[in-house]
Ligand binder design. Structure first.
Ligand code: B4P
Length: 192
């Protein structure tokens, strides 16, 4: 099994690239953002509770996403491993993920970090708001808050993973196809 984190600020292209990379490398794509939005769409109690937090651009509590991943972690049957998208988002989530993987004889093999400048992130998210209707994409103040939350709570994971030799920066500006090629090149060195 081989397990990747795809990492970067909101709008950096994690979700966009993950779908294609998961297909190419036969990985199970797990997006906590998609899972949370599915709860909201289904109108579950959890979705109702998380919807306000997400619409403000804040992170949902660690225990909620850790539990969501915990129920999926034994479902890699027929797959080469996991591609974690938008998870972990705090150091506490990272430690929980490592524990879950270690208990199953697995580990995080690489962390691919998409590097995109601030103005490009804002431009992409505003453009997506037109199509997605996502409340967290519509309001420029919420977009800025999401970027701030990333810098404060999520970015420290880079330092944590760098010390373990897992950090792999990737230029996230350019065409979707070009960025896919860059990411796939790094992943090919690990998936054999
Ligand atoms: P996510 O669903 O992870 O949303 P995101 O950060 O906006 O990234 P996403 O993957 O959707 O967008 P992408 O960069 O691909 O999280 C949403 C919310 O859920 C969080 O704010 C939080 O509240 C909650 N949440 C999720 N996981 C959590 C966790 N683990 N802990 C706590 N809370 C959690 O793409 C953005 C846009 O850019 C798209 O329109 C795309 O088409 C475009 N784009 C991509 N690549 C491009 C390129 N190369 N050029 C031009 N446009 C491009």
């Amino acid at each position: 099994m081989v397990n990747f984190l795809i990492f970067g600020p909101p709008g950096s292209g994690k979700g966009t690239q993950s779908v294609r990379l998961a297909e190419k490398f036969n990985l199970l794509h797990l997006s906590t953002g998609d899972m949370l939005r599915a709860e909201i769409t289904a109108g579950t109690d959890l979705g109702k509770k998380m919807s306000l937090i997400m619409s403000k651009g804040e992170l949902v509590p660690d225990e909620v996403v850790i539990e969501m991943i915990a129920v999926k972690i034994d479902s890699t049957k027929g797959k080469a491993g996991f591609l974690f998208d938008g998870f972990p988002r705090t150091v506490a989530q990272t430690v929980a993920l490592e524990k879950m993987l270690n208990e199953r004889g697995m580990k995080i093999d690489s962390m691919l970090v998409l590097d995109v400048d601030h103005d490009e992130l804002v431009k992409r998210l505003i453009a997506r708001a037109e199509l997605s209707g996502r409340p967290d994409d519509k309001d420029p103040k919420v977009i800025e808050n999401r970027i701030d939350v990333y810098r404060e709570k999520t970015e420290p994971i880079i330092d944590y993973c760098s010390k373990k030799g897992l950090y792999q920066p990737v230029n996230g500006v350019g065409s979707i196809d070009d960025i896919f090629v860059r990411l796939a090149e790094h992943m090919s060195k690990i998936v054999r």
